[in-house]
Structures are given as C-alpha cells and as structure tokens.
Design a protein around this ligand. Structure first.
Ligand SMILES: Cc1cc2nc3c(=O)[nH]c(=O)nc-3n(C[C@H](O)[C@H](O)[C@H](O)COP(=O)(O)OP(=O)(O)OC[C@H]3O[C@@H](n4cnc5c(N)ncnc54)[C@H](O)[C@@H]3O)c2cc1C
Length: 289
C-alpha cells in the first residue's frame, strides 16, 4: 500500500506549491471528514494531503459582520457556526440547519470551506448559502476571484475550483426583510443525509410574496435555483393555487434524480409537498434570517 503524506504548511504560498496546478492525487484538507469517508470507501487514494489548519491567512479569521455583509472564514468549523450568537442573530437559518447536520463529532472538525469544495449535492449548507445570495472568495497562485455560491457547483463532486485553488471565505449579504428556512427531508433519522433539501427565502409584504429565493438540493446533481418557480410566486398573494403552480413550475424545470434515499417519483412528490409547506412556514414568520 502506498504511503500517505500529510503536509502542514504555514503559508499560503507553500500550500500552492505543494498542491501544484496539475489534477492528480494531492488535495487540500480542511476537517478531513469527507476525505476520510472517500478514502475508506476507496473512492479516492491520495498520495498527499495538504492540511490547511496551520495557515494563518485562512485560520486567523473566523466570523465577522458589518452593515452590509457577514463574512465566514473557510476554516470555521460547523460547531463554531452552530454556537455563534452573531450567526444566530444574523443568519438563523444557518443555526437551524446545524441542528440536524451530521453529529457533534463531525461538526467539531468539518469546515465551511471543505463542505463547499466537496461538491456533494446532498450536503445541507450549499443550498442555504446559494439561497442567501452568498459569494465565495477563492485564492490561488494567480491571485483571487469571487464566485457566487450558486455558480460554484458544476455537478456531482464537481466545482469550478481548479487544482491548487483554495476557498478562503464566504460572504453573505445582509438582506433586511427576508426570512429563510431550510427544509431537510430525510427518510430515516433526522440527522441522516437528506432525500431532498430545499432552502426557501421570502420577502413578504403582508400576504404577498414580494420576492422569493428557492434552491433545491439532494434530488438534483448540484444545488439548483428554481427560477421558474420563483417567477411564478414573485408578486403573488399566498394561496394554495399559487403554491400548486409554483410546484408545477419547479417540477418542469429540474431533472429529479433518485438514489438510495428515494426514487425520482418519490422525490418529485416530496418537492411538491415541501415547497408549499416551506413557503407557508416562512410566510407565517416562523423563520428568519
Ligand atoms: C458521519 C458523517 C455524517 C455526515 N452527515 C452529514 C449531513 O447530514 N449533512 C451534511 O451536509 N453533511 C454531512 N456530512 C458531511 C460533512 O458535512 C462533510 O464531510 C464536511 O462538510 C466536509 O468538510 P471538511 O472540512 O471535513 O472537508 P474535507 O474532508 O477536509 O475536504 C472535502 C473536500 O474539499 C477540499 N477542501 C477542503 N478544504 C478546502 C478549501 N478551503 N479550499 C478548497 N478545497 C478544500 C478537499 O480537498 C476535499 O476535496 C457527514 C459526514 C460524516 C463523516
């Protein structure tokens, strides 16, 4: 069996050099929880892992808020997010999502950056970041670029990140008047991987849905904005008929895929039911962000 080398650089430049720019068997490591699962299943056999935990430029900063944005460092752990009063105040949907995400052992080490870079469409947070309108700052040997969270994902385990590029942080705009809710629909235990994930954001004016943000995951190959369903709901008063039209629009615009947690037909039915329920839930003001 080939030996696995684990490097712990302290500077970003050293990490870039170790990672190189050629696709291969060298990967960055955040918490290592997803990497370890893939290695145990023999889906990935790295020759070298480059741990990011000693890089001051990535770990020196965790959470901050100003008048326009909430900024979250890539090496922030899920437990830090879960326990942050600032996140609970400004992004309660993130605190809500943490309650059923994996278990405390995973949350203590899994990082925001590793979760985004993994590109598994079953992950709970990526649809939340997308619905919130977050943007991701990516750094690399050629400088940095900022990508909207919803444009980060290309498909199953595929992102726009090039070899050697690292997620540095994520920035979420402050959006007064919006309320968000993440519906995690599981078919076994509530902490299990979702059969369907749906993040719903609404800006309500009385009974009217003035603006809406809908991002579907787990039933599709990447977190996917439901643009037609959003258009069907924008400016419309909440009613069962409007919700049924939005569900029809959502089902027409995405290709729902089945997996071990439900067939495609079952997940289509889940989408129809939970889209309506989640929108009613946020319109009633029971969730906010
Ligand atoms: C038992 C168990 C249960 C789980 N249940 C759930 C669940 O219910 N819901 C859910 O959403 N998730 C769940 N997870 C998944 C968990 O959320 C992910 O494993 C975790 O988010 C990955 O973060 P990490 O920091 O450990 O990533 P790592 O394993 O370190 O890395 C994952 C990928 O990202 C790359 N990477 C890491 N950091 C960066 C960076 N800063 N920049 C660029 N690339 C980077 C790595 O090279 C690798 O390709 C579960 C995991 C386990 C082990």
């Amino acid at each position: 069996m080939a030996a696995l080398e684990i490097a712990e650089p302290e500077k970003l430049d050293d990490a870039y050099t170790m990672l190189g720019t050629e696709e291969g068997s060298i990967r960055p490591m955040g918490g290592g929880t997803a990497l370890m699962l893939m290695m145990k299943a023999q889906l990935f056999k790295p020759s070298k892992l480059v741990s990011l935990r000693k890089i001051e430029a990535l770990t020196g900063f965790s959470l901050s808020v100003d008048a326009s944005h909430i900024r979250i460092g890539a090496m922030t752990t899920f437990s830090e997010l879960e326990q942050s009063p600032m996140i609970a105040q400004h992004l309660p949907v993130v605190t809500q999502t943490m309650k059923t995400l994996a278990n405390v052992r995973v949350r203590n080490v899994a990082t925001v950056g590793g979760n985004l870079a993994h590109g598994d469409p079953h992950l709970d947070l990526p649809p939340v970041w997308s619905a919130l309108g977050a943007s991701v700052r990516i750094v690399g040997v050629d400088g940095e670029r900022v990508v909207p969270a919803e444009e980060l994902f290309l498909g199953y385990y595929e992102t726009v990140l090039a070899q050697g590029e690292l997620i540095a942080d994520i920035s979420v705009p402050v959006r007064p008047g919006w309320r968000f809710f993440y519906a995690k629909v599981t078919t076994r235990a509530e902490h299990d991987w979702p059969a369907l994930g749906l993040c719903v954001g609404v800006r309500a004016e009385g009974e009217v849905i003035a603006d809406v943000s809908l991002v579907l995951s787990a039933a599709v190959d990447k977190p996917t904005r439901l643009k037609s369903a959003e258009a069907a709901l924008r400016g419309v008063a909440l009613s069962d008929a409007a919700l049924a039209m939005a569900a029809d629009a959502a089902l027409a615009e995405v290709h729902i895929e089945g997996d071990g947690r439900g067939s495609a037909a079952y997940k289509q039915q889940l989408l129809r039911v939970h889209l309506g329920r989640a929108i009613k839930h946020v319109m009633q003001g029971s969730a906010s962000a």
